[in-house]
Write a protein that binds this ligand. Structure first.
Ligand SMILES: [Zn+2]
Length: 177
């Protein structure tokens, strides 16, 4: 017998404003308390959370630490909020539990990082990202490359400003439903 894995959805804050309707969805839906606290109380997502249609689940400390580490390695930390990190960590954790996990988000930075991590992500509202952007730290003046965890923001050789620059872009396709 061919048993299909049940899909679970992880919703980020953008779905509260994209017209997405949690009450029209049959899949299990999750979000985090970080997201729940940042959305408007009269949004459909907030109401669905209050009624238990969307479950609030906190990712483990391990999952968060793992995601923060990977985000830093890719110089994406300035682009992602704590709520974004919590969504990635929850999706990572649910995937590790063997669930077919799909993040729903219209946020381009979140889409980008999810793709880098190999997590499934789709959007509801605006078009999906076209490329995964891989960033590195590089000196603006002398182009010297720095480790992602280099603590300063000025170049130790020329004193130039260290920027997080896109080094590589890879064309992507959306997961779809
Ligand atoms: Zn330099």
């Amino acid at each position: 017998m061919n048993r299909k894995k049940r899909r679970v959805l992880v919703l980020d804050a953008t779905v509260a404003y994209s017209g997405y309707d949690p009450f029209m969805v049959s899949e299990e839906q999750y979000t985090t308390s970080n997201v729940a606290s940042e959305i408007r109380k009269d949004s459909k997502l907030a109401i669905a959370i209050n009624l238990g249609v969307v479950k609030v689940r906190e990712p483990s400390k391990d999952a968060i630490e793992n995601i923060v580490k990977r985000v830093r390695e890719h110089c994406e930390e300035p682009n992602l909020s704590n709520a974004d990190m919590s969504i990635l960590a929850l999706a990572y954790e649910l995937s590790n539990e063997g669930k077919d996990t799909l993040i729903i988000s219209d946020d381009y930075s979140l889409q980008n990082m999810a793709k880098i991590l190999g997590l499934k992500i789709s959007r509801y509202g605006r078009p999906f990202i076209r490329h995964i952007l891989y960033r590195v730290k590089i000196c603006e003046k002398c182009k010297r490359k720095y480790d992602p965890d280099y603590p300063g923001d000025t170049c130790e050789v020329c004193g130039g400003k260290i920027l997080s620059k896109v080094a590589r872009r890879v064309r992507v396709h959306e997961e779809g439903h």
